[in-house]
Design a protein around this ligand. Structure first.
Ligand code: C2E
Ligand code: CA
Ligand code: CA
Length: 712
């Protein structure tokens, strides 16, 4: 069974001839139309308003309102623009037909009507009008969408050289549709002059390759505003595939671009100095490396770190700190701008990238087109001059210094990460040289750094894994030869790195703070060992322990000592702390308080490596000290130099005056020992008697020497 059409097209028939109504009703109904008929124009108009028929048939000759007037009236109705209207005439009178078209008729038929043919025509017209209506709706929708998306379209036909724009393009360019006829020449006038060659090049490629493409460029509107647009262009081809023109969609992306730029600025620039940041710099460095690789060129990067910035920041606050960073960045950029050595590369905003801020008080400078790598040193010198000039911030005058590390591509690395890391390392070494230095990177630094890093990982576990050891070096009475004490010296039995002497790891432990754990372990271990000796009545000796300043300055240091002594129930008098001159002299007032506290506990105090540092004699006098240890370097020279002997004698005299006992360190030869025995030196320590040894060996030595002495 055929489903009946739910929707039948409505045909409105207007004619005063009653007989014709019968025919029309019959033929059109049979042909699938729903027929509504009436006998005069006025009635027809009313029905039209209400029903919106799909097609209208009007007889020209009618009383009151004739067919022409009726048609004209229909066309003026809001729903009457696109409905097909067919006029019926009795003759093929050309004037009448022309008049009918002028009134808005779609077509005409001549009476008597050939119904078969008319029905075909009616069907065709209804279908065409429906399509037209759909098209019009789509166009309307499209134009609304285009307006919303700020999108316009255009079409260019090559043979006719005709260019058509949609309304949106006029709006985009700020033009009036009625005042302006577009052509290829005047469109070009709207393209930003700098982008013209680029756009034309694209168009030529599309025409040549017959492939669609997208191009972004800037336009200047009739009101002289710059806008960013993106164009998608497709070639128009005929049925043979030959090129006949172009179609394009153009979209205003100014807001998006501005947004993108803002985001990019946030992501790539430092907000304090407005210099490129680390992310940007690394990207740029990668590009620079590619170029340098291709052109077989070298370049240098300078890693800058301000000296004393932290102090200023802490003293005057972040605001002053930020101002200082800004001033430094201005000095760097201004200085480099005048310098012929600065970068010749440009970023995507057409900015030169030669200075970046990596964060904190670290800056980086890229030096391109170096005639020779050594020229980087010249720039480093200049930078130092620019930065060290006094800086006025408000009513304050400040001075800031800079330390720099330099790496040269490709010598010191051929990727951005390595170059930067090595420059950082060189800077670190420059800092170690003292402030205001620059230092070129060399391979030795990297090796050391890698080793340190490895060591640091193992170091964290050394105490927990029980890898620390103490060796004891005897201290012998200069006159009797009796062992009166020992110095406890730290060793690290590291499974990965081997058996390490303290000089290999103490400085690192001091840097990363591990020395606190190590130092606490040493004190515990010494106390534990001494408590055993106490029980064995091996207890007539003092054990000295080396302290580092970091450990000593910890607020918990003295309580820790007290509790350890308590825990092992040992007599504090057995313990001597060795401190260096620089430690004691660093903060004399605080030191005096601390040393007195230790003294009160009953612990003895010794000045280690005496003679190598600077000591103020008046202070030495005030400190509650017990021993001076004459540094090994003087003892070593004793037999060779008169001066060394004089120094040792002077130290001995000084110690006597200060009422301090003396221990000579590093005694290796009989000659040295004899020299010292002929002075007032109280005790001797050195390889001559014994190297620092593990506890069993030490006990063995102890028994042997003291027994030997007893026997003599
Ligand atoms: P130091 O306090 O000057 O210790 C004496 C160093 O001289 C020891 O080196 C010892 O082995 C060495 N020595 C002793 N007699 C002679 C000799 O006759 N000839 C020569 N050439 N050297 C001799 P060691 O054990 O390698 O310790 C080096 C430094 O490590 C020590 O110098 C001390 O500053 C530090 N240290 C050792 N243990 C500790 C510790 O537990 N804590 C802290 N903070 N530092 C420690
Ligand atoms: Ca020592
Ligand atoms: Ca020493």
């Amino acid at each position: 069974m055929n489903c009946p059409d739910l929707y039948l097209p409505i045909a409105l028939f207007i004619d005063d001839d009653h007989t014709l109504h019968l025919w029309v009703n019959r033929y059109l109904s049979n042909a699938g139309f729903r027929v509504i008929s009436c006998f005069d124009g006025e009635q027809g108009i009313e029905i039209f308003k209400e029903m919106s028929p799909d097609i209208v048939l009007i007889d020209i000759q009618m009383p009151i309102l004739d067919g022409f007037e009726t048609c004209r009236a229909l066309r003026n109705l809001p729903n009457g623009k696109n409905t097909p209207v067919i006029m019926m005439t009795v003759t093929e009178d050309p004037e009448g037909i022309a008049h009918a078209y002028a009134c808005g008729a779609t077509d005409f038929v001549v009476k008597p009507v050939n119904w078969e043919i008319l029905i075909h025509r009616l069907h065709y017209m209804v279908k065409a009008s429906h399509n037209l209506r759909r098209l019009a709706q789509n166009e309307l929708r499209l134009s609304k969408a285009q307006k919303m998306a700020q999108l316009g379209d255009w079409e260019w036909h090559a043979i006719r050289n005709s260019l058509h724009w949609s309304n949106e393009i006029y709006a985009l360019l700020g033009l009036d549709i009625d005042d302006f006829t577009p052509n290829t020449r005047n469109f070009r006038d709207f393209i930003h002059i700098a982008d013209v060659p680029y756009v034309l090049r694209h168009l030529r490629t599309i025409i040549k390759t017959k492939k669609a493409a997208t191009v972004e460029f800037r336009i200047i509107t009739s009101t002289h505003q710059e806008r960013f647009v993106v164009q998608q262009i497709e070639p128009l081809l005929n049925h043979k595939g030959s090129f006949i023109g172009l179609v394009g969609i153009i979209q205003d992306i100014t807001e998006r671009k501005e947004q993108e730029n803002k985001i990019r600025h946030l992501a790539y620039y430092d907000y304090i100095t407005q210099l490129p940041n680390r992310v940007f710099f690394l990207q740029f460095l990668t590009k620079t490396i590619e170029l340098a690789k291709r052109n077989k060129r070298h370049f240098a990067i300078l890693f800058l770190d301000l000296d004393g910035f932290k102090g200023i920041n802490d003293t005057y606050g972040h605001q002053v700190g930020d101002m200082l960073l800004k001033e430094v960045s201005t000095r760097l950029t201004d200085g480099l701008r005048c310098s012929d050595l600065a970068s010749r590369f440009f970023d995507y905003f057409d900015h030169k990238v030669d200075v970046a801020r990596l964060g904190g008080d670290e800056f980086i400078i890229l030096l391109n087109e170096l005639a020779q790598p050594e020229d980087a040193a010249t720039v480093a010198e200049r930078i130092k001059r620019w930065i060290t000039k006094p800086i006025s911030l408000g009513d304050r005058q400040m001075h800031i210094g800079v330390s720099m590390g330099i790496t040269v591509y490709p010598h010191d690395g051929d990727d951005s990460g390595t170059l930067l890391k090595n420059a950082d390392m060189a800077m670190y070494h420059a800092k170690k040289l003292g402030k205001g230095h620059y230092q070129f990177f060399h391979k030795g630094m990297a090796l050391r750094a890698e080793k340190r890093l490895e060591m640091e990982t193992y170091m964290n576990l050394a105490v927990a894994k029980n890898e620390l050891r103490l060796h004891y070096q005897p201290v012998v009475d200069a006159r009797s030869g009796r062992m009166i004490g020992a110095e406890a010296l730290l060793r690290w039995q590291c499974p990965q790195l081997g058996f390490l002497p303290p000089n290999d790891f103490i400085s690192l432990a001091e840097e990363n703070g591990m020395i606190n754990q190590f130092g606490a372990w040493v004190i515990r271990e010494v106390c534990r060992q001494y408590s055993i000796w106490q029980q064995q009545e091996f207890d007539d000796l003092t054990i000295s322990v080396n302290l580092s300043s970091l450990q000593f300055n910890q607020p918990s240091f003295i309580p820790m000592i007290e509790s350890t002594l308590q825990e092992y129930q040992v007599d504090p008098a057995f313990l001597t702390f060795e401190l260096t001159e620089s430690m004691i002299m660093a903060d004399t007032d605080k030191m005096l308080v601390k040393l007195n506290e230790l003294k009160k506990l009953g612990i003895k105090l010794s000045v280690d490596d005496f003679g190598t540092g600077y000591s103020s004699l008046s202070y030495l006098n005030r400190f509650p000290l017990d021993y001076l240890k004459i540094d090994r370097s003087f003892v070593k020279e004793l037999s060779k130099s008169q001066d060394a002997a004089a120094i040792v004698n002077a130290i001995l005299a000084l110690a006597k005056a200060l009422n301090l006992k003396t221990i000579a360190e590093g005694v290796e030869t009989d000659q040295q020992k004899q020299f010292l025995q002929n002075t007032t030196c109280d005790a001797i320590q050195g390889y001559y008697y014994s190297k620092p040894v593990p506890v069993e060996e030490f006990q063995h030595f102890w028994t042997l020497t003291n027994k030997a002495i007893l026997q003599t």
